[in-house]
Design a protein around this ligand. Sequence first.
Ligand SMILES: Nc1ncnc2c1ncn2[C@@H]1O[C@H](COP(=O)(O)OS(=O)(=O)O)[C@@H](OP(=O)(O)O)[C@H]1O
Length: 256
Amino acid sequence: SEVTNTKHLPQAIIIGVKKCGTRALLKFLSVHPAIAASSTEIHFFDSPKHFPLGLDWYRNQMPIADTKQHVTIEKTPHYFVDKRTPKRLARLLPDVKLILILRDPIIRAISDYVQIKNRHESYPTFDNFVSMENFTKWTPIRIGCYAIYLRRWLKYFPLEQIHFVDGENLIHRPWEELESVQRFLNVSNHIREEDFYFNMEKRGFPCIRQPNGCLGSSKGRQHPTISGQTREKLKHLYSNCNLQLKQLAQIDFPWL
Ligand SMILES: Nc1ncnc2c1ncn2[C@@H]1O[C@H](COP(=O)(O)OS(=O)(=O)O)[C@@H](OP(=O)(O)O)[C@H]1O
């Protein structure tokens, strides 16, 4: 077939959610011979600086794809929570396939917290935050109420255009999640169970054998233990959010 060696607008975008395994998913997909994955987060639709530069700028950020058979894909987890992105995306790339990876919102919140704490030494403990009166407004907590944001997306995209990945299963049995993502993207089932190994030095997270290995040191960080009281409070808060998500997305992941 004809080699085009050029950049294409993405046919698929991992729109989020932050700290749910977006990097792992994209890294694993990038070993597929028919997938051209962007190595950085592009932040086109959500950025006042980039968006006015238009689709030519966006296309130019994409990786070179060998042939027209390639599926070009990028991930920018902030798209999911950005108010302007769904409308802009629907207008500019109405047929784009959307991939949304979700994990247990309590673990996601701790992961988000650990990332912030990493940059701000004197940051309070997670338990301290959750004991505050208006803790539900704190971003690491709020983002985990996925239904709030998904509802916005569904104003612009039909459910069939969004593929939901279980971020917990992506850690335990990544090949299963990849099988359905590959099907959704209409590419061959190339990534298999034997392509993975589990790295015990990295809290048991999966790595892919060739050619990419494990994720970098900013992924798979140590998490603090949280009190039983904090956990109960969050379970209570998220039970309603999770119920709404199940109904909106028509999914039933084990942790929901
Ligand atoms: N294979 C593999 N290796 C390492 N880490 C993995 C993997 N699969 C999923 N995860 C989980 O992904 C969490 C980071 O999520 P994201 O990549 O979406 O983060 S970000 O939003 O781009 O910052 C990251 O969060 P932390 O554990 O808090 O570091 C991991 O829990």
